[in-house]
Design a protein around this ligand. Sequence first.
Ligand code: ADP
Length: 268
Amino acid sequence: IMLSAFPVTGDEHHTIGKGLVWRDITKEYEVDKLKSDLISMVSHEFKTPITSIKGSVETILRVDAEWDEEFKREMLTGIHEDIDRIQELVNDWLDISRIDAKAISLDREPVRPSTVVDNAIRKLPKHFASGAKIESTVAESLPFIYGDRVRLGQVLSNLLTNAIRYNERSPHIKISATSDDKYIHISVADNGIGINETHLGKVFDRFYCVDTGRERPSGGTGLGLAICKGIIDAHSGSISVESCEGTGSIFTVSIPKYRGNGGKYEKK
Ligand code: ADP
């Protein structure tokens, strides 16, 4: 609550009292809090890749002899990964700002659920997903979703990345889908570390990272699931999680079905 005072004047323009205004500034406070959280995230998370790039460049500048091919490859690969990381942070940051401003624009069309899933699996970086077994039983015959294929792909990629990242065994991920009157429900089930009940309700909050007491797996910003939720909310859908610590988690997204043309869609 913000309190402000103003003088109240009478007929003769004499001050005859004081007026008080109470204003509920929760919303402004929340926006300011978001901004300062984002700023601290940027300064904190950007430091690591920037320091690492700087270190590599300094090493390169010190090497005066001809570059050894292997050394060159190693250095440049490292720099490339650091730049990827910065790019990922910037993209997450932009997405969360758009979601917050309710300015996320969706390009909705009828989309085949199995296409979204298959594309997301295919696009996982090879070096990251190579040890993981990913099985999809999403039938091609399922009704179409009405959604933005790029944004839905982003949600699936995020869920798959988490399923691999928060896993201490060899990751085994099962993707399935069902449909009811209104929605297509897509589930991503993993055999990862799971999430303790006390954290379960908070994982969709921005910047929320479960503190496992261990070194945090690299690459997390705590924005991934908040972005997934923002994208699914914008589709008038929902996202939920069930989990058992030590056994695994199941994330389920429910997205409205395409209802035009009796639910049938022929791609032109
Ligand atoms: P992060 O960038 O930290 O991965 P997310 O918003 O994607 O942020 O996830 C928030 C937190 O939820 C993670 O830090 C992690 O602790 C937990 N989490 C997310 N997905 C899983 C999963 N599949 N298994 C176990 N824990 C998970």
